[in-house]
Design a protein around this ligand. Structure first.
Ligand code: SPV
Ligand code: MG
Length: 549
């Protein structure tokens, strides 16, 4: 519903309603959250927030900007204190157009001469415009509005200027005749008598607005007895309370020589985040902020039983290897976090051995029920309804740097495998049969090279290869384009009986033999796999050190 309509409805309800003065989006939001019916975009608050006097020093656009930030932050109506309309009737026309277009529910315009000074200022210069001039401004405002509900409230300053009760009545009546939707009668006395007299003698069928800043003894209980009063404005208490609290905080920090005593007394930063709509923003981020790699689907075959009995009996205790805890976080969780940080969120895990233990939110689960007699290739194919478009395949016992994935997913080939050239140096450490690779050319060991990826290509792959012939090792990470994914599915389905219990590399070798090109990304650092207890100990120590940083 339009906020102008909401404001009209508030005027039509029995009793009165309250606006509280604000100076920006945050204070307006706090007012709404506290349960008040509307916001008063106070010229005193807005100018004070700029540390300048409330004396027509800021311009219309300053007040408009402030009002927009308030209005954007709330669902309740904002009524703007537009001083005298920022000039003559011509300026008033533009003022109404701008504030109405910004979704402001109504304005209150006062009958002072330019430049004005705040009505409560002791010794303030309070000069009134003529009735004719101000009536002209009301007419200009009412004719300028497009939405019938937008309210133009006339503010009578006769009591403030010391022109007396009769002048106030005369002016109010004239402004009603000019088309004002309500009358704000202002007073700076601490005794509400002059305002009460005005209200009691008010015969028009037009509501009254009051601002009891100085005559605060007129509490809501008493205001209730005056049914003509429909809107009560608590004009400047928000900025005054802010200043009170800011001063106290600054004093305490200075006196205590630090923030250690004040910290607990203030709202937690989380509450500030909430007021700013930060959590809503995070939701929007998940929904709408799309990364370049969003369309990539990840398949992690995690069906096999861990091979090292020591690791299994002591640490895993009948859990899949991907759940092995590395410094407080399972391997798979670490990998999912890296992928998510690249906005890759479509992650499928193929379970097998103790698969029911893998329970992570935000992953798709597939189950390879034949995990005892099959290998990673069949597990990957178990997720075949996920296999369309770009696929990133990761072995579940792999730990890797984000950098490797980032480089891999940018590769353009249909099939790209990450291969490592350092394995020969480490070969003795692993008592596992490695997935060896023969690259078209040897690892680059020569002169400095400016590019990361001088082109290389896989010629042969498999754990059966002669280590002397091989020059690389497949690390267990591969990327398929849409076309590459189709090729993998096709070769598997066409050779199902032969391939069902074979390694992933078997299918790749077959594709090479059929003449398909298999690219590679060469690395020699930034990843590791965990097979044995020794691997585990070593890696846990490295990661613990890194997590601490
Ligand atoms: C304001 O809040 O800016 C007002 C009310 O105009 S008063 O300060 O009392 O004039
Ligand atoms: Mg004001």
């Amino acid at each position: 519903m339009e906020k102008s309509k909401k404001l009209r409805e508030l005027f039509n309800l029995p009793g009165f309603f309250r606006l509280v003065g604000a100076h920006n989006g945050l204070t307006a939001k706090l007012i709404e959250k506290a349960g008040f019916e509307g916001v008063w975009a106070s010229s005193l608050e807005v100018s004070a927030s700029h540390a300048v006097p409330d004396a027509n020093i800021l311009t219309m656009t300053d007040y408009l900007d402030a009002a927009v930030s308030m209005n954007d932050a709330v669902t309740i109506p904002v009524v703007v204190d537009v001083d005298q309309g920022y000039g003559n009737s011509i300026n008033v026309i533009r003022m109404v157009q701008k504030f109405e277009a910004a979704g402001i529910a109504g304005v209150i315009m006062e009958d002072k001469k330019f430049p004005k000074q705040n009505s409560l200022l002791v010794g303030g210069k309070q000069e009134l415009a003529s009735i004719a001039e101000f009536s002209g401004k009301i007419m200009a405002a009412k004719n300028a509005q497009r939405d019938d509900d937008f309210m133009v409230i006339a503010r009578v300053e006769a009591l403030i200027a010391g022109w007396g009760h009769e002048e106030a009545k005369k002016r109010a009546k004239a402004y009603v005749e000019a088309g004002a939707d309500a009358i704000m009668i202002h007073s700076k006395q601490s005794d509400p008598a002059e305002v009460i007299r005005f209200i009691e003698e008010w015969k028009e069928d037009i509501p009254i607005v009051i601002v009891p800043t100085n005559y605060y003894t007129l509490t809501e209980d008493k205001i209730k007895n005056h049914p003509k009063v429909k809107m009560v404005i608590y004009a400047n208490h928000v900025i005054r309370s802010a200043v009170t609290s800011i001063k106290e905080t600054l004093k305490e920090i200075k006196e205590q020589g630090g923030i250690h005593t004040i910290s607990e007394k203030l709202i937690p930063v989380k509450e500030l985040f909430e007021l700013q709509g930060t959590f809503e923003m995070k939701d929007h981020e998940t929904k709408y902020v799309k990364g370049d790699f969003e369309e990539i689907k990840v398949i992690i075959p995690a069906a096999g039983k861990p091979i090292d009995p020591k690791l299994n009996d002591v640490y895993l205790k009948d859990t899949p290897l991907c759940l092995l805890d590395i410094n407080g976080k399972p391997i798979i969780q670490r990998n999912i976090e890296i992928l998510n940080s690249l906005k890759i969120n479509d992650i499928s895990v193929v379970t097998g051995y103790c698969g029911e233990k893998i329970n992570l939110p935000a992953i798709n689960k597939y189950h390879n029920s034949e995990y005892e007699n099959t290998k990673a290739l069949h597990s990957i194919m178990t997720a075949k309804d996920k296999m369309n478009g770009k696929i990133l395949m990761l072995y579940s016992d792999l730990l890797f740097d984000k950098d490797i994935v980032e480089r891999l997913i940018k590769k353009e080939g249909d099939i790209t495998l990450v291969i490592d050239s350092s394995y020969k140096l480490n070969a003795n450490r692993y008592n596992k049969k490695l997935d060896l690779v023969v690259g078209k050319r040897d690892p680059y060991l020569g002169e400095r090279s400016l590019t990361f990826d001088d082109h290389n290509e896989i010629v042969k792959i498999g754990s059966h290869l002669d280590p002397d012939e091989a020059n690389f090792e497949f690390i267990g990470m591969a990327m398929f384009s849409g076309q590459g994914t189709e090729l993998l599915k096709q070769i598997y389905s066409e050779n199902y009986e032969e391939m069902k219990n074979k390694d992933f590399t078997y299918a790749i070798q077959k594709l090479i033999e059929q003449g398909h090109k298999v690219d590679c990304l060469e690395v020699n650092k930034g990843w590791t796999e965990i097979h044995t207890f020794e691997d585990y100990k070593r890696i846990n120590a490295i990661i613990a050190k890194r997590d601490k940083k």
